[in-house]
Design a protein around this ligand. Structure first.
Ligand code: SF4
Length: 749
């Protein structure tokens, strides 16, 4: 590995003829490719460009799709003026054209004709008319029999918003997405309780100007959040101090000034001890805390005994390292970011860990400061006129009512409410699943399968034959983001902007956009008043005109910036500022938590550790892939086709393992991995854990490149620790042992 800090990350500035560049996100770009100027010159001559924004992940980088005279999409290149990508797509986005080209795509609507195991012969092809009439009649049947509320929408990504409109018009607000309870929900709760503001996406972190960036289990760089990765690279170049807390030497850790190889599950102890050092060494930002803080004295008393020596016994991080890193943060303050992370559902006390991170930022005075967190802003997209939605009798809010700080639907609670006897009051009877491969996204597979068995109807909309389509009664093939209009992108950022997505090519095969499906189903359900347009283009055109621009202008520029309306991104020293909390201040002591009977300040609680012979299962992102959905993408699969099991040399010695050896895994509940995984022996992981990239180990044979390659971490996550504040499902408390013989040798997976 090249260890120079300068070479941390180089994101692609160009894409070559529909093939993802062969460089990783961290090495040098393949210079055999055309230079950017040559490429653009060539593009101008031969290719037509169409604005879009990337859907390979949720960062939604604005881009240009280039098509040839035969209307084939040749490449996708970042839009120079876009604040999500600064003109450069990440390796996945560059390879996004592979989604369009993948021959394994869903091609026709499918209707189940028998069985429930996903085998090809249990479906038959159908016309759109037949498939959508069936979906509409089933939705009507559920509404008549149980109420529309019993039909749930489980969704991810842009298509979800079109279906959300359909569901609200139909009378159901039983809507959830894994992005909340299985990903970032706890950080919104933790920061919301402290600063009165959600983090949101993209995160309002002023990384480019920071002097110190602290990453806790966050592996930016492998986690390709484009603009954030580029800003981190700039921050490294500018000499920022990087502190990484991770049981694994991630790529970010390898470029850090401090790598704290923490014992997994003990992060809150480290965070409390950092607070102790800042307060008791008088390193905290006193003026800021005096002016904006609430409950500082209680916090001071609370962390009195949480010395670095106390934390050492828990975290295995040496006291001098805890002190040194706390002092480094204080030296950089307020231009310091203790990053909230993104996939933060770990041990069930995740909202409180996020509170600890928020409190640290409060002590350092980084919220609302250059090099810390900026005040984000977005533009409001005008709502296309439609009648008011009906009021459902219950919905996602009732399903999460036992979690007082839940602010979005929980996929897990929808799944539970589907299982007979689990939730008699709010029973879910049918699902519409859009763009999320639930069985490889949500943990506790046995629970999901039990729920699916009880469903009266399940319709799945996707671009690919993901595992979840095998459980469907009706499968609706969606076209890819490169073949459709979608809603105007308006995301929070330093400066508000919008981006346009329009079709760069006609949908391949017999696939259709989600907005079209939603409208057809709506019309069939007698909800035509909510869909008074022929084409989504008409809606977008109307919205753009309300915003003082036009479709014609947006087709030319792709991205448009707007003036900030809410004033400065930062608070000037001494300037009054009201925070959105009960007290109007940064709550070191949370009045809301106290009112509702929770710990008003974070407390460290020990979590279960692996028994002898078991290792904690840690997982994370590969820079080449997003979740499980890109593994089959021909361009991205060519870069990484399987995951490996990272094991420490000590573990390799004990278990008798060598590099590239194929092994299987068995978790604490006796669940075996479906396939084998190759061993990677490395000092980069602690001896008490193993690590793998997420999203591999596909069992759908229709995914010709991804089937049987590597192991699914989600399959081995059969136990979760639920966050009592917001219902997040902590997934890092699963342990595996390494099995040398194929446990399936007498059975077929
Ligand atoms: Fe696409 Fe990469 Fe941007 Fe995600 S970060 S939207 S994959 S270019």
């Amino acid at each position: 590995m090249d260890n120079s800090r300068r070479s941390f990350i180089k994101i692609s500035a160009l894409g070559a003829s529909g093939v993802a560049l062969s460089a990783t996100a961290f090495g040098s770009i393949n210079q055999n490719a055309l230079t950017e100027n040559n490429l653009l010159a060539e593009s101008a001559k031969n290719l037509k460009r169409t604005p879009t924004y990337c859907e390979v992940c949720f960062w939604k980088c604005a881009a240009w799709a280039y098509t040839d005279e035969e209307n084939n999409i040749k490449k996708v290149i970042g839009n120079d003026i876009d604040p999500h990508c600064f003109g450069r797509l990440c390796p996945r986005g560059t390879g996004g054209v592979g989604m369009y080209a993948d021959k394994d795509r869903l091609k026709k609507p499918l209707i189940r004709v028998g069985g429930k195991n996903g085998e090809a012969d249990t479906f038959r092809e159908a016309s759109w008319e037949e498939a959508l009439t069936l979906v509409a009649s089933k939705m009507q049947g559920i509404k008549d029999k149980y109420g529309a509320e019993s039909m749930a929408l489980l969704k991810h990504g842009s298509p979800g918003s079109h279906l959300e409109h359909l569901f609200k018009a139909y009378g159901s607000d039983t809507i959830a997405e894994p992005a909340y309870a299985q990903c970032r929900g706890p950080r919104e709760t933790g920061f919301g309780l402290t600063f009165g503001s959600w983090i949101g996406s993209p995160e309002p972190t002023d990384i480019r100007d920071t002097k110190c960036l602290v990453l806790i289990g966050s592996h930016i760089g492998e986690n390709m959040h484009n603009s954030q990765v580029q800003e981190m690279s700039d921050a490294i170049d500018n000499g920022a101090t990087i502190i990484t807390v991770d049981p694994r030497l991630s790529t970010a850790a390898s470029k850090s000034d401090f790598w704290l190889a923490i014992k997994p599950s003990t992060d809150i102890a480290l965070l409390l001890s950092w607070m102790h050092v800042l307060i008791y060494e008088n390193l905290y930002n006193k003026d800021y805390v005096d002016q904006y803080g609430f409950g500082f004295e209680q916090l001071k008393e609370h962390v009195k005994d949480f010395t670095p020596e106390w934390a050492y016994g828990i975290t295995t991080i040496k006291p001098e390292d805890i002190r040194k890193t706390a002092r480094a943060m204080a030296a950089a303050a307020p231009s310091v970011i203790v990053h909230p992370g993104r996939h933060v559902v770990w041990y069930g006390d995740d909202s409180q860990r996020e509170r600890s991170i928020a409190i640290l930022n409060g002590l350092l005075g980084s919220w609302g400061k250059r090099g810390g967190f900026y005040f984000k802003e977005k533009v409001k997209i005008p709502k296309f006129p439609h009648p008011p939605y009906p009021h459902p009798k219950w919905g996602w809010e009732e399903l999460v009512e036992k979690y007082p700080f839940a602010e979005m639907g929980s996929t897990t609670e929808v799944i539970k409410a589907t299982i007979p006897g689990e939730n008699e009051e709010y029973p879910v009877k049918a699902w519409f699943v859009a763009g999320t491969n639930l069985v490889n996204t949500v943990p506790e597979r046995a629970m999901i399968e039990k729920a699916i068995d009880a469903l009266e109807f399940i319709v799945v909309m996707d671009t690919m034959p993901m595992e979840i389509t095998g459980y469907a009664d009706v499968v609706l093939p969606e076209c890819t983001y490169l073949e459709r209009y979608d809603g105007i992108r308006s995301a929070t950022n330093r400066v508000p902007s919008i981006a346009l997505r329009m079709p760069a090519a006609k949908p391949k095969y017999d696939s259709k956009p989600a907005w079209w499906m939603a409208k057809q189903i709506g019309d069939k359900l007698g909800l035509g008043e909510y869909f008074k347009y022929d084409d989504l283009k008409d809606v977008i055109s109307w919205q753009l005109e309300q915003m003082g621009t036009s479709l014609e202008e947006m087709e030319k520029v792709g991205v448009k910036m707007f003036e900030r309306k809410s004033g400065s991104m930062f608070i000037a020293d001494g300037e009054p500022h009201e925070f959105g909390t009960n007290s109007g201040k940064i709550e070191f002591y949370s009045t809301e938590l106290a009112e509702k009977g929770f710990d008003p300040m974070p407390v460290y609680t020990p979590h279960a550790q692996p028994e002898a012979g078991f290792y904690r299962l840690n997982y994370g992102r590969s820079p080449m892939h997003t979740f499980s959905r890109t593994i089959n993408n021909p361009n991205l699969n060519a870069l990484k086709s399987e995951n490996k099991l990272w094991v420490n040399p000590k573990v390799a010695r004990i278990e008798g393992l060598r590099n590239e050896q194929e092994v299987w895994l068995e978790n604490q509940d006796g669940i075996f991995s479906e396939f084998s995984i190759k061993v990677r022996v490395t000092e980069r992981i602690r001896w008490d854990s193993v690590y793998m990239y997420h999203g591999f180990g596909h069992t759908s044979k229709k995914l010709s490149r991804a089937y049987g390659k590597g192991v699914s971490d989600t399959h081995l996550i059969s136990k979760v620790s639920v966050d009592p504040l917001m219902g997040g499902t902590g997934m890092r408390g699963n342990f595996v042992k390494i099995v040398l013989e194929n446990p399936h040798k007498n059975t077929e997976v």
